[in-house]
Design a protein around this ligand. Sequence first.
Ligand code: ZN
Length: 546
Amino acid sequence: MTAADLLVVGAPVYTADPARPWADAVAVRAGRVAAVGQVRELADLRGPATRVLRLDGGLVLPGFQDAHVHTAAGGLELARCDLHGVEPAAYPAAVARYAADHPEATWVLGGGWVMDAFGTAGPHLAMLDAVVGDRPVLLESTDGHSAWVNGRALELAGITRATPDPPRGRIERDAAGEPTGALHEAAMHLVGHLAPRPDQADWEGAIERGQAHLHRLGVTAWQDAAVTPAMLAAYRAVAARGRLTGRAVAALRWEVEQGEAQLAGLVERRRHGSVGRLRASAVKIFADGVFENRTAAMLEPYLDGDGRPTANLGIGMLGAEELAGVVTALDAEGFDVHVHAIGDRAVRDTLDAFQAAAATNGRRDARHQIAHLQFVHPDDRPRFRRLGVVANAQPFWSCLDGYMRKLTLPFLEPERAGRQYPWASLRRAGAVLAFGSDWTVSTANPLQEIEVAVYRVGPTDRDGEPFLPAERVDLPAALDAFTIGSAYALRLEAETGSVIPGKLADLAILDRDPFDPAAGPLGDIRVLATLVEGEPVHADPSLDLT
Ligand SMILES: [Zn+2]
């Protein structure tokens, strides 16, 4: 038998292979798993040149695959005015510091502020004007659906009390009708289109920075969930240079205004966009917005804060018929269609669209998926399995955080409130569950995401009340959703997603075993090493892996 290049021993192996979930050693040869099993079964594979990685406990598992993440945009944000993790009270100081450190920047750009710090009205421009008056400031909310701008930015864009709300967007105003500095959905663009655009070099740097961030967290593959032509060009350049160390599926962004005229361009970009570990095989459509700013498309109206129904059903980005037409056309071209849907009406319209596509084109081996799934009407749960639609879930959101307590629950009656993030129900109904972080909306750390999936409590509120505990999934199910489940969503399950002889040796090594009750909170477990095809793309200095 040919000797292995690498033997990993000393920690249990969770394989995500239902036929053999557990082992205690992995052998790697030529980038692939040569064998997995007991240490003595693999003894024959040890040759004079075999490196042996001896772990002192922990866990070996398939590399995490993030089914919905913004790697390129996140990498860009890491280099900008980054408010993630900053206390809201300290936002102005952080903006002032960034502006002072970057006198050359003609705009102060960044993001990561949380909406729940400001209530539904959003943040006010006065807070920014107090620290930056000379230059425009444009800061995206952590969910990417709203922007906070200063007075200079509004002035440059010519936004006044006389400016009407654009289609599919809203300018936040005070009682007198004056814009207050928060712009939602399409209104963000009124200012955004004036800001300097990142160039190709900026995007290439961003992709490598974002990729390194994911590798440190054990991620070996991801779906970049809204890739523009500029981002794809940068991805191609990084891949062509051999610097794409993770596997990336680019979900090409569908632009509503361009309609079906953009189809030929997407087909062309898919053809060019398969380089090395990059594939541009998916298209991303936004079916609606988000609940917190009242743009999620709902079957029943939003309530006002006092429990009375309003006339507002949210914003469907496309009409149901238009959505069905677009999805059918993309399906006919062989794209995997990835739809953002938060509200129960958006989810239903999207399932209807997938059903229409199957009726017109016939069923094929598609990896259509709906991401976010905050509200799923119980009648729609079995349709995921029936239609073969992947439930692309962001488990970090399924807890009683500020967004839920302050911006969501007060606007819902208990019945609808109880239908949120139904991961266990969808699984029971036979849906393939794929987990993704939606970084930079939320942390990219899969172990923190998994902690919330398993306990329905956030890592900053571990003694708090669980949110809809009946929707918890157990640890193996959560790990599967972040490995083999997301591999399926990425069309990578034949080659990755579980530790099986013959598959590529994409692995994550954890410092503790999450199955060990003494390991402490799941979200505190660290990734010691991340391997892609047996080569370290991240390794703790304490490991002898270089
Ligand atoms: Zn997203």
